[in-house]
Design a protein around this ligand. Structure first.
Ligand SMILES: [Zn+2]
Ligand SMILES: [Zn+2]
Length: 275
């Protein structure tokens, strides 16, 4: 039991050790970029409203997600393939399996990105529906939208959004070795699309999600908030008619209608269950 507890701390420590230098780098880079090309000039990110809440999410969400992902991978392997025990699991997840794992690692990473982005596009649309909105409202509650707001998600949203999709793809045979690259890429892009930058990305706006593209998603529903659901590839929005980037205009007001929405982490955790 003690050894297990120790390894939990070890995994938590590893996650934080990886996250801290990345966070410092992102904080410095986006402070400089926002200084030169803010979408909404005003306070720097570290003086934004609810900064403590966002910092808590920034570190707790990846930590929690990692443990839940590992747990689901263990349960999934047992349930679908009858694999039990540490040795069997290590072998099973070592390099992926089946036809998908035959592809070169870069192709597996690309396949992972494209398929997971397509699935999360639709899951994101479901979260904007009447029943699930209460969970997703947490993500939309940032009024000072900046890169550090990127991890503000209710755990239910993360579980039935990204984690389930990640685990499904790993259980389909994609090598977990892609996660190092894919994980770093998605952390960087999600921080990037939430950053306070006026970057439309010009013609590349149709290829990859950028700050202006996603900041429109955070505006009120009648102004663009029910558009731009893609996490990485705006292709899905173009295909399914939800792409929205008006010329000569920048998004400027964010948040949700509920003005009594809790500002703290704890209040936001229980919010969906009080509706
Ligand atoms: Zn949304
Ligand atoms: Zn967002």
């Amino acid at each position: 039991m003690f050894a297990e507890l120790l390894s939990v701390f070890e995994v938590a420590g590893q996650t934080l050790l990886k996250l801290i230098p990345i966070s410092i780098a992102l904080g410095v880079v986006f402070a400089l970029l926002t200084h030169w090309s803010a979408c909404n000039p005003g306070r720097p990110w570290w003086r934004k409203r609810e900064i403590a809440t966002d910092v808590l999410y920034w570190f707790l969400i990846p930590l929690g997600a990692r443990f839940v992902r590992i747990g689901l991978m263990v349960v999934g392997a047992a349930w679908l393939y009858g694999i039990h025990g540490a040795e069997g699991l290590i072998k099973f997840y070592d390099n992926g399996f089946g036809p998908l794992a035959e592809m070169p690692l870069w192709a597996q990473a690309l396949a992972f990105l494209v398929v997971s982005d397509f699935l999360t596009y639709w899951i994101h649309r479901l979260y904007h529906g009447v029943r699930l909105w209460r969970y997703h409202a947490v993500h939309h509650s940032s009024e000072d939208l900046d890169w550090i707001s990127a991890a503000r998600f209710h755990p239910v949203n993360i579980l039935f959004g990204t984690i389930m999709v990640d685990v499904a793809l790993l259980l389909a045979g994609i090598s977990p070795n892609v996660m190092l690259w894919v994980g770093t890429f998605t952390t960087a892009t999600s921080a990037f699309v939430h950053a306070n930058l006026n970057w439309t990305l010009g013609p590349f706006r149709y290829v990859i999600a950028g700050p202006v593209f996603h900041r429109w998603h955070h505006t009120a529903a009648d102004r663009g908030g029910s558009k731009n659901f893609a996490g990485t590839f705006p292709l899905w929005d173009l295909m399914f008619g939800t792409f929205y980037m008006p010329d000569n205009a920048l998004p400027d007001a964010y948040g949700i209608e509920d003005k009594s929405f809790p500002e703290g982490f704890g209040g936001q955790m229980v919010y969906p269950f009080t509706r």
